[in-house]
Design a protein around this ligand. Structure first.
Ligand code: ZN
Ligand code: ZN
Length: 95
């Protein structure tokens, strides 16, 4: 419990479970209507079944660090990355 609320309208965002080693995209997360709060959706880990235990992962391909920075690159969609990839604009192979 106490994880970040999963953003359900951004299917390509990556998430990690805080209670086990599961990592994946939002579309593979289990979801169910919250019986205590109409309109709220509970999100469950497909591996350990814990609820709302997710943390967001850096959107850089192959990076599995926690996304701690949100920023808006020039002429590109909003990013959620770790501090290492904060401010990077180049998606090409790093040298
Ligand atoms: Zn889990
Ligand atoms: Zn990163």
């Amino acid at each position: 419990m106490g994880g970040k609320k999963v953003i359900l309208d951004e299917p390509n965002r990556k998430w990690a479970c805080k209670n086990c080693d599961w990592r994946g995209v939002q579309s593979s997360i289990l979801r169910a209507a919250n019986p205590f709060d109409a309109g709220d959706i509970l999100c469950g880990c497909p591996q350990c079944k814990s609820v709302d235990s997710f943390t967001e992962i850096c959107d850089e391909p192959r990076c599995e660090k926690e996304a701690t920075c949100g920023w808006k690159p020039k002429d590109a969609p909003y990013r959620r990355t770790c501090h290492v990839h904060m401010g990077e604009h180049d998606y090409g192979p790093s040298t």
